[in-house]
Design a protein around this ligand. Structure first.
Ligand SMILES: Cc1ncc(COP(=O)(O)O)c(C=O)c1O
Length: 406
């Protein structure tokens, strides 16, 4: 089918919860994506920071097809080898001790929330149910995770929110301290706020949270759904800040495009969700587990952490140069590794630049109102980074000419 007919059918048959750009993806290779009309794009969305190995990575494709021909799903009534080995390997590369598997980032964050509350139920501190979260945070779209998230608009119209979740400004240790008490079960935080605008934690913030959590006997839990699995240039972004969480939520890059989520915890929390207290039918299935094992192996063997750091610096320098050329449109750049943003002036809406960038052959996303987000595959080359920066420059040149010059 051609693009116009497909778009008509989409309008008729899909719930309009999203506002997709008007192209229909057909296939990809590495950082390149092609639509059904044969147009080529440089994909700096990459499934929203998911396709860390790029599109159609031969080893990931082979793993998925061979595992699908062997065993896809068995349920958690039985063990499966791929899942046991994934748990061991994931703990090995992150320094955590135990894993729970699920299917998405929201589900992983729900698991963290349940773990924190159930942990204190188990220790007899049954009143410890409050969880401190942050303004502009994003943790998913289920009822619990929109309550944990810091965007009021995502909660409107969905009835009473989950109780016991409170928000404070990101980066404000005094505001956190003011909310603390013996009834706080956890402080839950992203080391870099992704959807909120690609905001790395300010210096001293995460270590300050660790101190406060310890002082009050609460858990420090992290959402590394977007930042985890090498995207920031380290396996977990918390490593940049030398801070260890008690539990972490992962998803996105873990499967390289195949859906999988995980919660990792320290050994001290191994008994916090006793048998029967939590579960997920598809969680830890052999197909997703095999895919994630291949992702971890390729990330380590191909040095993708180091590549994310190096290409991230190159991308950051390119974005900074573009920002300097168009000061009436841009304020600068920020981010870590290959999670970066061009920060726009207040009067420029990031979403207004998505179509113009696409017309130059560059796919990017908006993070918050004023950040244009770049999350390319970790296998991106220097030449592709430079090509993307040139396309961005052309986008802003045309935009600024149409709106009265730089
Ligand atoms: C930091 C963070 N947490 C959670 C989620 C939700 O993940 P999912 O859409 O897989 O439920 C996202 C998705 O963008 C995210 O960026």
């Amino acid at each position: 089918m051609h693009t116009p007919e497909l778009l008509d059918l989409a309008q008729k048959r899909l719930l309009a919860t999203y506002r997709p750009q008007p192209i229909v993806a057909a296939h990809g290779r590495g950082a390149e994506l092609f639509d059904v009309a044969g147009n080529r794009y440089l994909d700096f969305c990459a499934g929203v920071a998911v396709c860390c190995l790029g599109h159609a990575h031969p080893e990931l494709a082979r793993t998925i097809s061979e595992q699908a021909a062997r065993l896809i799903q068995v349920s958690n009534y039985f063990y499966n080898e791929e899942n046991i080995l994934l748990a061991d390997e994931l703990c090995g590369v992150t320094g955590f001790d135990r894993a729970f598997f699920c299917n998405s980032g929201a589900e992983a964050n729900e698991a963290v929330l349940k773990l924190a509350r159930r942990h204190f139920h188990g220790t007899g501190e049954t009143d410890r149910v409050r969880v401190i979260c942050f303004e502009r945070a994003f943790h998913g779209r289920t009822m619990a995770t929109v309550t944990m998230g810091g965007t009021e608009a995502y909660r409107v119209g969905f009835g009473p929110p989950l109780g016991g979740i409170e928000h404070v400004p990101y980066g404000d240790l005094e505001a956190v301290r003011a909310k603390m008490g013996p009834d706080v079960a956890a402080i839950h935080v992203e080391p870099v706020q992704g959807e909120g605008g690609v905001l790395p934690a300010p210096p001293g913030f995460l270590s300050g949270l660790r101190v406060i959590a310890d002082e009050y006997g609460a858990l420090l839990t992290m959402d590394e759904v977007q930042t985890g699995i090498a995207r920031s240039g380290k396996m977990l972004a918390a490593e940049h800040f030398d801070v260890r969480a008690d539990a972490v939520a992962l998803a996105k890059g873990l499967g390289g495009g195949f859906p999988i989520g995980a919660m990792l915890v320290r050994e001290a929390l191994a008994e916090s969700l006793p048998t029967g207290t939590h579960g997920s039918t598809f969680g830890g299935n052999p197909l997703a587990s095999a895919a994630a094992r291949t992702v971890l192996r390729v990330v380590c063997e191909e040095g993708l952490m180091e590549r994310a750091a190096a290409r991230g610096q190159r991308l950051g320098a390119g974005l900074a140069a573009v920002a300097a050329r168009y000061p009436t449109l841009c304020r600068g750049e920020r981010g870590l590794g290959l999670l970066r943003a061009l920060v726009l002036q207040d009067q420029v809406q990031a979403r207004d630049l998505l179509g113009p960038a696409r017309e130059q052959g560059l796919l990017v996303t908006a993070a918050g109102a004023s950040a244009l987000r770049f999350t390319p595959p970790l296998v991106i080359t220097d030449a592709e980074v430079d090509e993307a920066v040139a396309k961005l420059d052309a986008t802003l040149r045309i935009h600024s000419a149409a709106h009265g010059g730089p």
